[in-house]
Write a protein that binds this ligand. Structure first.
Ligand code: IMP
Ligand code: MG
Length: 420
């Protein structure tokens, strides 16, 4: 027993929600550790599709307790509506959910700052989800952010909120904003009293009891604030470092790191994307894979598998096993290409360069693969067409990892597990 980290190895939307849901069959606790309502984790159970933004995907399994850790930034409006929506489907939610008092709150001012910042950046804008994530983390590290626990300390809250307004002149220093933020805090006070707790202490007790904990990553490693394609990244550490730090668990408690990799690449928003597909494959992949943002509805940019990116993400996170998702989507394409390295200034590069501008200039070197064949009904490894096996083996070799599972459809049962 111990801690399993689930990490997206691309630019998000790898299918982490479904993988976490599967791993939670054998877990006691699921934790969201970083990011906030920028995430959209889609899980299909029977004929019901749930999109989770803040609450861990483990909530869909009644026996799993769910926590939101210190490293997350929490929009309380989104949390309240997510609790209401999930409770409406018959799940017990507040009884099983604990929110860290150390987590920071995304306040109405943060969405406004973000809209103003993106506007000022013009064609240099990041193309964010507009959920206030960057400004909330900026205030956290500036040390004038509001933590969940601050809202419970009603007497000192107003002073802190006023200070937050003053240090963010870009949003306008009007009493209205302060009033709006105070009203926001007040309207969620009762909810917070019901779900707040010392998540970090609780997790240390769970580890001592040898319970199985799943840390659910959000966004992907290529969007990591340090290791991603900066500045076209999100504002948190999305890899194993962010998960451990955002849940407050010891590094030594982690015994498994599952890397989730989609069988092709996608990205939403601005930033370099060397293997972006040309038409008609761009549209074919987008339609076959329903590649539209679960949070913003934006069409996702689609691209061929990038082994440079996979090697980079897998090695920096110490991935022990791979969950390969949406193989059935790739099998809709009659041409399959894979990028095995980049060329830049006459040199071959086999990792991800640190500078986004350099990555932008890289020319992918492609290898043609055989079309994968029809995979939709397959549930056993031995029944895979040889071309699909070859494709998966290539990914495992690049990641130097074993196989966790293959996903060949949206539903819970559309999985080929490593044991079969
Ligand atoms: P932010 O996280 O809203 O600040 O957005 C920064 C970048 O990360 C933008 O390119 C977003 O499209 C991207 N991003 C943020 N969250 C997700 C996600 O959950 N899936 C995919 N892309 C995301
Ligand atoms: Mg998503």
């Amino acid at each position: 027993m111990g801690v399993t980290c689930v990490i997206g190895l691309q630019w998000g939307d790898e299918g982490k929600g479904k993988v976490v849901d599967g791993l939670c069959r054998e877990a006691d606790i699921a934790v969201r550790c970083q990011g906030g309502a920028n995430a959209g984790h889609t899980v299909v159970v029977g004929d019901r599709t749930s999109v989770l933004h803040l609450i861990p995907s483990g909530i869909l399994r009644e026996e799993v307790r769910c926590m939101i850790g210190n490293g997350a930034v929490v929009d309380l409006d989104v949390l309240a509506s997510e609790i209401e929506q999930l409770t409406g489907t018959g799940l017990r939610v507040t009884e099983r959910l604990m929110l860290s008092e150390r987590a920071h709150v995304v306040l109405p001012i943060h969405r406004r700052i973000e809209a103003a910042t993106e506007e000022i950046l013009g064609d240099m804008r990041i193309g964010t989800t507009m959920r206030g994530i960057g400004p909330a983390y900026r205030d956290k590290y500036g040390r004038f952010g509001i933590r969940v626990g601050d809202i419970l300390s009603v007497d000192t809250l107003a002073n802190r909120v006023r200070a937050l307004g003053r240090v963010n002149p870009i949003a306008g220093d009007s009493p209205d904003i302060v009033e709006e933020m105070m009203a926001y805090c007040a309207r969620h006070l009762e909810m917070l009293k019901g779900v707040c707790g010392d998540v970090e202490h609780e997790l240390s007790l769970c580890i001592a009891r040898d319970e199985r904990i799943v840390l659910e990553g959000s966004q992907g490693f290529l969007l990591d604030i340090d290791f991603g394609t900066y500045p076209y990244v999100t504002s948190s550490n999305t890899g194993v470092h962010g998960l451990v730090g955002g849940a407050g668990v010891p590094v030594s408690s982690v015994d498994k790191v599952v890397g989730v990799v989609k069988s092709y690449m996608t990205r939403v928003g601005s930033g370099p994307f060397p293997t972006e597909m040309e038409e008609p494959y761009q549209s074919l992949a987008r339609e076959a894979g329903r590649e539209y943002g679960a949070t913003t509805g934006r069409p996702r940019r689609c691209g061929w598998m990038d082994l440079n990116a996979l090697r980079y993400s897998a090695s920096h996170n110490g991935v022990t096993s791979l969950a390969v998702t949406k193989l059935d989507t790739l099998s809709c394409l009659d041409t399959v290409k894979v990028c095995t390295g980049y060329q830049h200034s006459g040199e071959v590069i086999r990792t991800l360069p640190a500078r986004a501008i350099l990555l932008q200039e890289c020319v992918p070197m492609y290898e043609n693969m055989r079309p994968l064949g029809d995979l939709a009904g397959i549930r056993r490894l031995g029944d895979l067409p040889p071309a699909a096996t070859e494709y998966v083996d290539m990914l495992l070799r690049a990641a130097s990892a074993g196989l966790e599972l293959l996903s060949v459809g949206a539903g819970r049962d559309a999985v080929i597990s490593a044991e079969h």
